[in-house]
Design a protein around this ligand. Structure first.
Ligand code: HEC
Ligand code: HEC
Length: 290
């Protein structure tokens, strides 16, 4: 930071004009990004697993995963029909395994356009072992800790703030695919973005970190851990507010909801205008009578 300040000072002394300022700003951003990426893998390594876990995970992997992902997780490119048999798992991290196996997506039963959620076939311990093995192949995102996504420690006010912020993030980053109510949407080529309500917070966090299939990944640089927590808080708040029959706006989509807001809002304004108008005339009349 001191270096940056000094160079910024020197540039302004030489009157390089506004472009120089922009250049310094960009350089600063680049540096911050660079420092961040340099530090990020170190975070991923924090969850060091025992060699016993890695060994056990490798055994499970050879039986259940290697025929698609390769003997060493290096991936198998394409079969005769042109489907990718299984991508390389080097560097996908423990989070990807915990997500894919923990939601029953893996082991995939057959190659296809989408790996849907299925019944989970491995125990929690086995999933942890598989994750430890894949994490040993190369540095990647670790399984998040409950502190990363829980809002339990927050005050009521902080919670409301987190949910409001999460709602904003959700609207800008997720609704295009998952629909504004989080209840799934169609994707090109026969795929779909699934319903994300009632997904475990840990799996939401991991989906964000690893970006399964056509979903973009939201690295901690794009969406800070706190922002991830806020989105999760928002998604959970949608679960907590059940849609009681009759008055729900659910499923109508953002346009319909906007329309609703518009009618109520403008209707309300008209009402207020009429109220003010009638009251001012009456008060004028009252004054005149006095
Ligand atoms: C029938 C083949 C098949 C089997 C068996 C299989 N996979 Fe996969 N796996 C795939 C394909 C294809 C993809 C990529 C498509 C997708 O994400 O839906 C994938 C994706 C993954 C990913 C996501 C990679 C990423 O970039 O985020 C992980 C992690 C994974 N598999 C782990 C496993 C593990 C662990 C097992 C064993 C328990 C397993 N897979 C078994 C075919 C398979
Ligand atoms: C470009 C489209 C796209 C965007 C944008 C997107 N997703 Fe996804 N998302 C997907 C698809 C497709 C899947 C299914 C992947 C799979 O089945 O392997 C998915 C899966 C998920 C899952 C896993 C659901 C489950 O059943 O386990 C969660 C959670 C999720 N997304 C949350 C989010 C959140 C939160 C955002 C915004 C920050 C977001 N997604 C943005 C396309 C998208």
């Amino acid at each position: 930071m001191r270096f940056l300040n000094r160079s910024a000072g020197r540039l302004s002394r030489h009157r390089r004009g506004p472009l120089a300022g922009v250049a310094v700003l960009l350089l600063g951003l680049l540096l911050t990004g660079g420092v961040y990426t340099a530090l990020a893998p170190a975070q991923a390594d924090q969850q060091a697993s025992s060699t016993a876990d890695v060994e056990a995970g490798r055994e499970l992997f050879l039986v259940g995963c290697a025929f698609c992902h390769g003997q060493n997780g290096e991936g198998i490119s394409t079969d005769r029909d042109g489907y990718q048999v299984g991508p390389s798992l080097v560097g996908v991290g423990a989070a990807a395994v915990d997500f894919q196996v923990g939601t029953g997506r893996m082991p995939m039963s057959h190659p296809g356009a989408q790996a849907p959620r299925k019944k989970v076939v491995y125990s929690d311990e086995e999933i942890a072992q598989l994750a430890a093995y894949v994490a040993s192949l190369g540095p990647g995102p670790a399984i998040p800790n409950p502190e990363d996504y829980s809002i339990d420690g927050l005050s009521e006010e902080e919670r409301e703030k987190a949910i409001a912020n999460g709602g904003q993030i959700f609207l800008t980053n997720c609704t295009a695919c998952h629909n504004y109510n989080g209840k799934s949407g169609a994707m090109p080529r026969g795929g779909f973005a699934p319903n994300i309500r009632n997904v475990e917070p840990r799996h939401i966090y991991e989906a964000l970190l690893t970006g399964p299939q056509t979903m973009p990944s939201f690295s901690n640089g794009n969406l800070s851990p706190e922002e991830k927590r806020d989105v999760i808080a928002y998604i959970q708040s949608m679960n907590d507010s059940p849609e009681i029959g009759g008055f729900t706006l659910g499923g109508l989509g953002p346009v319909a909801e906007g329309m609703f807001g518009w009618i109520i809002g403008v209707g309300g304004l008209v009402g207020i205008a009429i109220w003010i108008a009638s009251h001012t005339t009456r008060s004028k009349k009252n004054k005149a009578e006095a």
